[in-house]
Design a binder for this molecule. Sequence first.
Ligand code: ADP
Length: 854
Amino acid sequence: MRQYADIKSRHRDAILFFRMGDFYEMFFEDAAIASRALNIALTSRDRERRIPMCGVPHHSAGAYIARLIKQGHKVAICEQIEEPETNRIVERAVTRIITPGIALEENLLDPKANNYIASIFAGKKAAGFAYMDASTGEFRLTELNNNELVDEIRRLEPAEIIVPQDSETGFLSSLSPKIKATVLPVFDFGYNIALGRISEHFSISSLEGLGCAELTNAVRAAGALLFYAKETQRSDLSHLRPCTPYYAHRHLVIDGSTCRNLEIVKGLSTGEKSGSLLHVLDGTKTPMGFRLLNSWLLNPLKDCDEINQRLDAVEALIDKRGTRKTIQEAFKNVYDLERLCARISVGIAGPRDLLALKTSLNAVPEIKDALKTPGSSSLLKGLYATMDPVNEATGLIEESIAEPAPHSLKDGGVIKRGYSNELDKLRDLSGSAKTAIAGLEAKEKESTGINSIKVGYNRVFGYYIEVTKSNLSNIPAHYIRKQTLANAERFITEELKEFEQTVLSAEQKSLSLEASLFSDIRQRLLKFTKRIQAAAEKIASLDVIASLSQRAEEQKYCKPVVNASDSIFIDAGRHPVVEEFTGHGFVPNDLHIGPEENRIMIITGPNMAGKSTYLRQNAIIVLMAQMGSFVPATSASIGVVDRIFTRIGASDDLAKGQSTFMVEMLETANILNNATDKSLVILDEIGRGTSTFDGLSIAWAVVEYLHDNGSAKTLFATHYHELTEMALTKQRVKNYNMSVSEHDGRIVFLKKVVPGGVSRSYGIHVAEMAGMPKDVIERARGILKYLEKNELNEKGAPRIGQRDAYADNPVIDAKKTESTDLLLKALKAIDINRMTPLEALQGLNALKDKFCDE
Ligand code: ADP
């Protein structure tokens, strides 16, 4: 227990798995936590002191560890690091610490998701941010402001975040209760310490080469992260890729709420992949490909050349369907190369991992062969020219690892015959001894005349000669009794013992030789890590391109023209997810936004008319084009946008103490403060969460602000039909509506966007369709009539827009001229000389009543 206490004192924040023979035992508080979390019995050691204890068998520890990690715990694995001797306590040490953010075991990882750990160092001007996926080797850093930091955490969803001591971590749990916050001493975030650690790990003399010399806060965050990763894995993590900077502004920025609202990688209702754009576009065949598709979706590009390269590659694999099919078929043999590399690097890869690596790399020549004529796509040409099958690695595995390989080294038979003379000799020795033992049976039968004699083996007694009870009188004198059974006795002989000794010692020796040979092979593979990772990256890109081609063909998408213009033209666009459900019933719609025209589209129409779908589909089409995908439309020309902002039906964020309306206003404020002329803004029902006039006023002011302060491309859906008056006074505002056909008092939503505003909401119609009681419907109609009367002035003109409307509107100008003419006419008809003062006063009053509004 002294040894335990000593080790535990260095791992206070982890559950210590303390190896004792065939078990991992846990004690004290750890035992209490683990027994509850794992639903295993809590016992006690040392009756007097009643030390709480529980344990799990070492061979099935993986599943238990996985359950603890998923519940947010850390697990420190403490092994016996020497062979046990009788009169001394065996030495033990922690060999690895598994944490939610750094787990490399297969059963702890979702093949379809990255497992990120991030690190934050809050500097004065900016926050340094670094993140790593230790299971794939990805390691990046950047600097962000507070809003960007929140967006980045929401985007990456790290399982664990490390921060310096005394940092404010409350906001992390408000972003996601699943994030594990780990605190490290401030010392580990020191700039010089970080610089030293990064330089040493990547063998570089300066950070210039990595392009992050200026990012001092990011370097501090990355240094601490690197230290933590190495400390927990107790390995040199040679598979980590150099930490290079990335800049959020080089990509089309999609903030956390936009990502959720547009259901890019998760459906809103499911919280899972289903119902998302990712689900629709996914035809990837490898785990790396899937993760890359996810990343392309969350990081669309802004550089037209880069985007068009991807689009050309997708087009090439549509044109060459045969090539694509061959490549995709070959992908079926490709395992998770990135994660295999990581397991080799930390020394936990088993024999089957090495075979999986070989099988995967063996697919490369076939893939390359299929790509031989890549057409004009420069991206495919590049992939063809540089894809490396890493023959040296596959050659080494081919000559050394037997196939099929056992699951574990302990089972023996991992190393191929012919790889090591010494091993072959040991195996021959044990083989010939076994043959001799087998031959012994016949020999003994002959010499004793007992026909039922059997030579057998059991784990406790070793080899034996078994004689049935009826024959016991005939056994020779040199048989030594070993065990008595119901119907037989078991014996050994000197000769049998010798053979047994030979077999056992040869097997023991060959097992330990195999283990050392295997570890040597794994070590030798390490020098190919970079090349294997590069091959994995290329396979992932090709997998995504093939997947996008396949889906484009199946879903009849078109190749968008992507350029640096300030326009977006989409003909017959569709919503890629909604059309999955509606099929041919989906009604396509156009979008035409030019540099001066349609900059702000006000889209009115009743609920359920298709407004939200139209808004989202346009944002999604732009996003798809910029990630390099074909789009659901008959043609599209997309001038790249810098950000997509969305404000779509927020839900209460009670965990953060924010009401729906507050969330709505926060999101709107973010848009108004950050949208640029290059941004695409989607506003769905602003101001709904408050009273009608309150909401309408806010909505009105928001549109006015967007119009008067810049020229972001804005699609604004609203059921406040009063907003359509905006088009009268604001030049770049145009009205559209979702057409509705009305027949015999029944309405049908045509889901078609047409120019012009609507003057009615049809809300009561929808209520009627929903089966509300007739009395309610009638009463609502009555109230509406009354309200509408008060919304309009005596002349039937809307009250809100009236002042500005008179100023610019030609129709209203015409009305004005008409009334001026009438007034002049009336004035001319008056003969002042024949009027009494009272009549003059009454006449003036009559004119005022007739020609003035109020
Ligand atoms: P709104 O925002 O006007 O209330 P939605 O966009 O939510 O309306 O659309 C209501 C429903 O109509 C959606 O669930 C969708 O299935 C269907 N829908 C929307 N647009 C189309 C379309 N263009 N073609 C076919 N069905 C559509």
